[in-house]
Design a protein. Structure first.
Length: 82
């Protein structure tokens, strides 16, 4: 996933460089600051999503552990009845 993101960013940068080389004016500071602010917000959202996914996985692992324990207990009880 990171490699794909990097390729997309590199292609975008290359396209922007080609525009500059073709004489198209560069972005001004204000446009760059806007883009940085937008990327910062996106980054914070991505980090929050990542942390939520980590929490979800941890909860699922705990639930699976509990389920396995209950199944083992049930199995042992059934074996004891035989």
């Amino acid at each position: 996933a990171k490699e794909l993101e990097l390729k997309v960013l590199l292609k975008k940068a290359l396209a922007e460089q080609r525009e500059i080389d073709a004489g198209k004016p560069m972005k001004n500071i204000e446009a760059l600051e806007k883009e940085i602010a937008m990327l910062d917000v996106q980054h914070k959202e991505d980090v929050a999503k990542y942390k939520q996914l980590e929490d979800d996985i941890e909860q699922q692992e705990e639930q699976h552990s509990l389920t396995i324990s209950k199944l083992k207990e049930s199995y042992e009880v059934e074996i004891g009845k035989l």
